[in-house]
Design a protein around this ligand. Structure first.
Ligand SMILES: CC(C)(COP(=O)(O)OP(=O)(O)OC[C@H]1O[C@@H](n2cnc3c(N)ncnc32)[C@H](O)[C@@H]1OP(=O)(O)O)[C@@H](O)C(=O)NCCC(=O)NCCS
Length: 159
């Protein structure tokens, strides 16, 4: 799996992955479009995809997007907004590699930490963030709707 910067051509694939995954954050297509049209009113975005090469024959190789990560930088603080890996590709280190590219970017921008919110019941994501060195810093009661659920706040400090 190759990790690279996303472009607007990846939007349909990112949407397909996200729509297929109940626990991911869900955005409208227009919000994805805006990520690639930065202007003064919009925070700096960091968007990467994981791409897998499927070799069909000697002449024919196609690639498919098997995961993505979206983060934003709001006045010097990075928020991990969404991370999704295709169900068939989980537990192979793709999420970890996507996250490592974000952590490198966070360091490059001289930011000290990354924070995120996650549904309390999302055990897979919580296990993933905890394994990556995020620590629980707080809770927002009944923060999510459909269904109503608490948000847990996690933060990863960079030395
Ligand atoms: C969270 C998610 C992105 C993790 O991606 P992944 O590519 O499967 O994660 P990795 O393979 O890089 O896992 C790295 C480590 O995280 C931990 N981890 C990952 N998935 C886990 C799980 N289901 N339960 C517990 N720990 C887990 C493990 O320590 C794992 O290392 P190991 O496989 O050697 O034990 C993936 O489960 C996913 O797409 N979930 C649905 C979308 C979602 O809920 N996103 C979060 C929105 S806030």
């Amino acid at each position: 799996v190759n990790i690279r910067s996303a472009t607007s051509a990846d939007i349909p694939f990112m949407l397909a992955l996200e729509r297929d995954c109940a626990s991911a954050a869900h955005w409208a297509e227009e919000q994805y479009r805006q990520m690639f049209q930065p202007d003064a009113g919009v925070p700096e975005r960091f968007v990467v995809v994981g791409e897998s090469q499927v070799v069909q024959s000697a002449e024919d190789a196609i690639s498919s997007v098997v995961g993505f990560l979206v983060a934003s930088n709001v006045v010097g603080e990075w928020e991990l907004e969404n991370i999704v890996v295709a169900p068939a590709m989980r537990r192979k280190g793709v999420g970890k590699r996507l996250l490592e590219t974000l952590l490198a970017r966070v360091r490059d921008t001289n930011s000290a930490s990354v924070f995120l919110e996650v549904r309390e019941s999302n055990a897979a994501a919580r296990g993933f963030y905890e394994a990556a060195g995020f620590r629980l810093t707080g809770q927002r009661k009944s923060y999510y709707i459909n269904p109503i659920e608490n948000a847990l706040l996690y933060r990863r400090d960079l030395a």
